[in-house]
Design a protein around this ligand. Structure first.
Ligand code: HSE
Length: 310
C-alpha cells in the first residue's frame, strides 16, 4: 500500500487592526507546521505536538481541530478520513492570545485534506469552508492568502480582497501570559452600536487602508482607533493600556489589540527593539510577563505539499 506525507505551513495572523472588526486581517512571519502521514496498517489517527499547546495530543483525535478540518476538506471532495495516520503539529503560534492559532489549525487541516484529495478544492472554496468552521473570515483569510485581507460576508459566504503590505512595515508583537477565549471576548461586546460609532469606525477603516496605500504613517495611530471592541477588551489585558502608550512613546506609528487579545500589535518602520522593550517594561510594571516577536508581514499564505510517497 502507498503511504503519503503531507506537509503544510500556515502563518500567524492578526485580525481587526483596530477598526476593522471581523473584516481586516494580516499574515505574519510566524508559522505553524502540520505533518500528516497516512498509514494503511494503523487504526485511527495519533497526534503529537511540539511547541505550543502540548496537552492537546491527549484529546481524542476526532476532537482535534486540525483532524476535524482535514475531515471537512475530505468530505467536501467526496472522500473520507484515512483509516490510520499520524498527525504531527509544530505549533509556534500561542493559543488564546489573538494570533490566529485556531485559524492556523483550521487552514492547516483543510490544506492537508485537500492535498490528500488531490488538490481539488480552490482557495475560495477553502476560504468558505474555513469561515464556516471559524465563524468569521478575518483570521482565516490572511492565513490562506497572506498579505492584508479585507473580507466581507455575503449571504453567509466570505468575499476577500488581498492587498500587499508595504515592505517597510514591521510588526512588534507582544504576547502577555494572559489567556483570552475569543468567545468570552465577543460576549462582552455590545450587540448594537449607534450611528456615531459606526461612522467613527467606517471612516477609520478607509483611512487606515489609504494610509497604507499612500505609505503615510504619521496618522496611523488615529486610523487604528476603534470604538466597537477595543475599549471593552483592553481592561481584560492587565498592563495593556500602559503598553499601548509605551509603544507609541517609543516610536510605533500605531498600536492596538491583535484579534480578541491578549496580544498587542505595534506597527513600526524603525526602533522595533526599543518598542518591544518599552512594551515589555510596561507589562512588567503591572507584573505581567510577555513574549515578544518582531515580525514582518508575509504576502504568501498557507502552503501544502506532498513530501513523500512510499
Ligand atoms: N474578529 C474576531 C474578534 C477575531 O475580534 O472577535 C478573533 O478571532
Amino acid at each position: 500500500m502507498m503511504n503519503t506525507c503531507v506537509h503544510v505551513k500556515v502563518p500567524a495572523t492578526s485580525a481587526n487592526l483596530g477598526p476593522g472588526f471581523d473584516s481586516l486581517g494580516l499574515a505574519l512571519s510566524l508559522y505553524n507546521e502540520v505533518y500528516f502521514w497516512t498509514d494503511d496498517t494503523a487504526k485511527g489517527i495519533t497526534v503529537t505536538v511540539t511547541g505550543e499547546g502540548k496537552g492537546i495530543e491527549t484529546l481524542p483525535a476526532e476532537e482535534n481541530l486540525v483532524v476535524k478540518s482535514i475531515q471537512s476538506a475530505l468530505v467536501a471532495t467526496g472522500n473520507t478520513l484515512p483509516r490510520g495516520g499520524r498527525l504531527h503539529l509544530v505549533n509556534r503560534i500561542p493559543f488564546k492570545r489573538g494570533l490566529g492559532s485556531s485559524s492556523a489549525a483550521i487552514v492547516g487541516g483543510l490544506l492537508v485534506g485537500n492535498q490528500l484529495a488531490g488538490n481539488t478544492l480552490r482557495k475560495n472554496q477553502l476560504l468558505a469552508l474555513a469561515t464556516e468552521i471559524e465563524g468569521h473570515p478575518d483570521n482565516v483569510a490572511p492565513a490562506l492568502f497572506g498579505g492584508l485581507t479585507v473580507s466581507i460576508m455575503v449571504d453567509q459566504k466570505p468575499l476577500t480582497h488581498t492587498l500587499r503590505l508595504p515592505q517597510e512595515l514591521q510588526f512588534v508583537v507582544v504576547i502577555p501570559e494572559i489567556e483570552i477565549e475569543t468567545e468570552t471576548a465577543r460576549k462582552i461586546l455590545p450587540a448594537q452600536v449607534d450611528r456615531q460609532t459606526a461612522i467613527y469606525n467606517m471612516g477609520r477603516i478607509g483611512y487606515l487602508l489609504s494610509s497604507l496605500w499612500l505609505h503615510q504613517y504619521d496618522q496611523l495611530q488615529e486610523a487604528m482607533q476603534d470604538k466597537i471592541h477595543v475599549p471593552y477588551r483592553l481592561p481584560l489585558i492587565r498592563g495593556g493600556k500602559e503598553a499601548l502608550q509605551a509603544a507609541l512613546a517609543a516610536g510605533a506609528h500605531g498600536a492596538t489589540i491583535s484579534g480578541s487579545g491578549s496580544t498587542l500589535l505595534a506597527v513600526a518602520t524603525t526602533k522595533t527593539q526599543e518598542i518591544a522593550r518599552a512594551m515589555t517594561e510596561a507589562f512588567a510594571s503591572q507584573q505581567v510577563a510577555v513574549q515578544t516577536h518582531i515580525l514582518s508581514g508575509v504576502d504568501t499564505g498557507a502552503s501544502g505539499v506532498i513530501e513523500e510517497k512510499r
